[in-house]
Design a protein around this ligand. Sequence first.
Ligand code: HGY
Ligand code: MN
Ligand code: MN
Length: 401
Amino acid sequence: MDTSTFKRLWEELHDIGRTEQGGYRRYAWSEADLACRNWFRRQAERRDMEVESDRNGNLYAWWGTWRTGEAVLTGSHFDSVPDGGAYDGPLGIVSAFLAVDVLREQGARPRRPIGIAAFTEEEGARFGVPCLGTRLMTGAIDPERARRLADADGATLGQAMEENNADAGVLGPDTERLAHLAAFVELHIEQGRALDAETAPVGVADAIRPHGRWRLTFTGEGNHAGTTLLPDRCDPMLTFAFTVLAARKEARLAGGVATVGRAEIDPGATNAIPGRVRAWLDARAPDEATLGQILTGLESKMHERAGRDGTLAAIETETQTGTVEFDPALRDRLATALGGAPTLPTGAGHDAGVLAAHIPTAMLFVRNRTGVSHAPAETATDDDCAAGVDALAAALRELAC
Ligand code: HGY
Ligand code: MN
Ligand code: MN
């Protein structure tokens, strides 16, 4: 793939959902998401690929008709975390269209249908459940629960879909399409720096480490910041602050990671002791036992501290994903097809992680020299991205031609 060809298509998405700080705010069913969807449709039309949207709001472009065969699907997601980078998600979709171009320039005549997917709400940034589009597709979430998921303004997924003329009444498993998928290969920017150490532009994933999201609620007594004596306070902010530090310590001691990047303080007044603090914990570990150890240790220390603060603390699991082992035969077949590409695990969740329980699934990672992701500074070189397109074309050729 010629780097300038990659750059030209890549830059078509540059301004969609971009903030002044240079990050992206592309939330499911938002204006930015619709602009990405329209871009997707134009790319498909330019390539005479049939476009369809499934019952869950996932978009597909097809080279060949999937209903007749065992299709090979690639693709990723458009949506971002707040102020996320440009590459996490969109790189997999742009690379997929360019990989189709490479195959066609090579005169490939696929014996299987090839599809490109844009899965909805992978980050869970708007409705709180990551990989929502593939969880719905595979029956991993109750459609009624999904319909009622609400964003920060109280708008539900159902309402957001209806506003965009998408029928939220049909959300649910997509068994027919799943039954016609022989494999799914997702190309994604690496979220880490392992490939830089390997001096390899592209790697093949072997596993996704266990991870999850927990909602923390700390309840105390709202009161006056100036007139309430310290011994008389039941301040949930103290319990919250302690819990954030305890999460970090439990993770460090156990060999995992824990993050609290989002909190809501009620009422959020400078001169009032808060009545309630809600926060979200993201914890990940090399294995499920370690992840469990982090949560157990944290929960007991959190309650012990709440007792001292005179507050109440609660922890609720929002999503939890065990270790995902990608199909070893597919992993090795692609690593060989890519000339012996390195294989590596990831600590990041992906739609591929959801689909891996249903169909043979693989991921290709494109080198990220700084490892930064979920931040405006996320980047990959055009050369490495072009190498990623060639790798994806080779993978599709190996599986579909
Ligand atoms: O949060 C994740 O691991 C992924 O980037 N959605
Ligand atoms: Mn992400
Ligand atoms: Mn992603």
